[in-house]
Write a protein that binds this ligand. Structure first.
Ligand code: ATP
Length: 352
């Protein structure tokens, strides 16, 4: 079955005041059936509003929403075959695990024996066997999260929605759960829309990432595209802490960043541009390059983080080389290779 989601020029304004700002400003995108799309962006950019419009919890001010090719714009949440898992995954505290998971099926009229059998199946699917009779308070945070996931999956929704599902978990569990969600999604061929403000989470789980900024889509594409070829300063900065420097593309495609010339030529833009440089792109201790003095050095276990004073201003760089640490005050040279360096146009604000 085609469970894909499509937004066509969807806008959303809260309340009746026509002069109030739009929370979502005419966005169009597709989530192809059987794939996982994350909606990524800073607080207030419209991620949750977009997800709630997929769920039918908010209705668009204008535009069209399709699911499986069917216009669902005016349908309520109960008519869309979607399940949503929230940040606070509140299980019923007085019900045991299997009753919690069976609850939605019971509400939709499935008899008790069938509902419990299907709930046990769903619990097995998320790796929770032999926990049926426990109360939520007798489970760890990660296990409770799995129960919530089973509760969403048991309804066999056409579309599964996640709103920052992992933000209450510690770093290790977050990593474990995101892998679990991704492998379940792939194994069951689920269509998933997933809201997060964490770019590393988005990179790890997605087929497609939609980066939003002030209610518009700043860029969408595969994780590799967004990380490797950001089209704007905003996306470059948001995906992986790139620093942005003013630069020039000369006729012939040579790119110069102050005294530094990039090793690759550029054809897409010309004249005054900006260059986004990821912290891992700097070659520290290069034979030729710009002069740099270490202002700050931090040891992070698997790498060093440096802040250098350079003719380009302060430069933030990361080095995996643990054998030759540089102390504050040390002088070195910095060069750039072709990886981790993107040319973006100057007028690339997505705030429009
Ligand atoms: P966060 O990561 O902080 O949850 P978000 O990207 O999910 O942010 P939204 O919650 O979609 O952003 O909010 C988008 C805009 O709409 C914000 O300016 C917000 O203040 C506004 N907004 C959200 N919900 C409502 C509401 N119920 N009534 C009025 N304005 C709202």
């Amino acid at each position: 079955m085609n469970n894909g989601i499509e937004f066509r020029a969807v806008t959303k304004r809260y309340g009746r005041d026509a002069s109030a700002p739009l929370a979502v400003k005419g966005i169009s995108f597709e989530v192809p059936a059987g794939t996982l799309t994350t909606i990524l962006g800073p607080s207030g950019c419209g991620k949750t509003t977009t997800l709630r419009m997929i769920a039918g919890l908010e209705s668009p001010t204008s535009g069209t929403i399709l699911m499986g090719g069917r216009d669902v714009t005016t349908l309520g949440p109960g008519e869309r075959n979607v399940s949503m898992m929230f940040q606070s995954y509140a299980l019923f505290p007085h019900m045991d695990v299997v009753t919690n998971v069976a609850y939605g099926l019971r509400m939709s009229g499935v008899n008790k024996a069938d509902a419990r059998a299907r709930a046990r199946e769903a619990l097995r699917g998320v790796g929770l066997v032999d926990f049926d009779e426990r109360l939520p308070s007798e489970l760890s945070g990660g296990q409770q999260q799995r129960v919530a996931l089973a509760r969403a999956l048991v309804l066999e929704p056409a579309v599964l929605l996640f709103d920052e599902p992992l933000s209450n978990l510690d770093a290790r569990l977050r990593r474990e759960m995101r892998e679990e969600i991704r492998s379940l999604q792939q194994r069951l061929g689920l269509t998933v829309a997933y809201v997060t403000h964490d770019q590393s989470e988005a990179l790890a789980v997605s087929d497609q990432i939609i980066v939003m900024d002030h209610g518009v889509i700043a860029q969408r594409g595969s994780p590799a595209t967004l990380y490797g070829s950001p089209e704007s300063e905003f996306v470059a900065g948001f995906m992986g802490e790139a620093m942005v420097f003013p630069a020039m593309v000369e006729p012939g495609g040579r790119v110069s960043l102050g005294p530094l010339t990039l090793s690759t030529r550029h054809e897409m833009y010309s004249g005054v541009v900006k260059v986004a440089v990821r912290p891992e792109a700097w070659q520290i201790g290069a034979a030729v390059g710009i002069e740099a003095v270490v202002r700050k050095a931090s040891y992070l276990g698997n790498c060093f983080e440096y802040t250098f004073d350079t003719p380009l201003g302060p430069v933030f760089a990361v080095s995996p080389d643990l054998s030759r640490p540089l102390a504050p005050g040390a002088e070195t040279r910095l060069a750039l290779g072709s990886h981790g360096v993107s040319v973006v146009p100057v007028a690339s604000d997505a705030t429009g």
